[in-house]
Design a protein around this ligand. Structure first.
Ligand SMILES: O=C(O)CCC(=O)C(=O)O
Length: 276
């Protein structure tokens, strides 16, 4: 299948889980009405992005309410659903920033626990320390779909070229990043990161962000985006709530890889990248 219509739901996130799930459902429905076959929600879409809320909102697999909600929605709408991410608690009580992906029967295809935690302190700008409440994921997430292999990483993960390259080497042709950049790093780094990761791995990159809410403790940059294997922006949103639906031309991946064989030209006799 050479074409895939994808939908990104850039939603406002509140302190009310019911409202967040209702909003996600409405926006997924609208994306599906526009023909989307794969729909993506933002990072931490059921909970405010704050260490104060992660433990309160955390859910466990398989009984977690949001996890069941996402599975049912994927099945009912007959879509691939990348469920943004949610605070997830394991049996030992550790909490992760986790993205669940479902196929069109509601089965789990992938579970990505954010690998790189966002612990930063920028003078005059943003400070955040996810590791105050969250634990580190340990896996690279790539899975099969009817449209070829895809991978999921979360927000700060995009800054680590080795991770995204390993996903591409594992065969991912579309890499989906539920994310919530902020007003310090978003204007400076968001577009260039999506462009360069797409062009150096010759993949489609999809970034799904929350809409901007100036009253939130963490103000999201928004600007959900799709970049193509040439490194061009296919389309993007502004900061407001909205849905982006676009056709991906999957034939473009091999076309560009054949004309400009970057992955083949790697000098693995000189250097190599391996999964530990
Ligand atoms: O890398 C950035 O600038 C933003 C990352 C972030 O907000 C996150 O990982 O949640």
């Amino acid at each position: 299948m050479d074409k895939l219509k994808v939908g990104i739901c850039q939603m406002i996130i509140t302190t009310d889980k019911d409202k967040n799930l209702e909003k996600a459902e409405n926006m997924v429905n609208k994306a599906v009405e526009k023909g989307a076959k794969l729909v993506v929600l933002p990072e931490i879409f059921n909970c405010p992005y704050s260490n104060k809320y992660f433990p309160k909102f955390a859910e466990s697999y398989p009984e977690g309410r949001t996890i069941k909600f996402l599975s049912n929605l994927a099945k009912e709408k007959n879509i691939y659903l990348i469920g943004g991410s949610i605070p997830e608690r394991d049996k030992e009580g550790n909490i992760y920033n986790t993205s669940y992906t479902f196929d069109n029967k509601g089965n789990i295809l992938g579970r990505h626990r954010k690998v790189h935690l966002f612990d930063i302190d920028i003078e005059g700008g943003i400070s955040f320390k996810e590791s105050d409440t969250l634990s580190y994921g340990k896996d690279i997430t790539v899975f099969d779909t009817d449209y070829g292999k895809m991978g999921v990483a979360i927000c700060y993960d995009i800054r680590f070229p080795e991770l995204i390259r390993l996903m591409a080497l594992k065969g991912a042709r579309i890499i989906i990043i539920p994310a919530a950049f902020n007003m310090t790093t978003g204007p400076a780094h968001w577009d260039p990161l999506f462009k360069v990761r797409a062009l150096d791995n010759q993949v489609y990159m999809i970034g799904a962000a929350p809409a901007r809410d100036e009253n939130s403790p963490y103000v999201s940059y928004g600007n959900s985006i799709i970049t193509d294997p040439w490194g061009s922006i296919v389309n993007k949103l502004d900061e407001k709530e909205g849905i982006l639906v676009e056709d991906l031309d999957l034939g473009k991946i091999d076309k560009i890889r054949n004309q400009l064989p970057l992955l083949k030209h790697r000098r693995t006799d000189l250097y190599d990248l391996k999964l530990i």
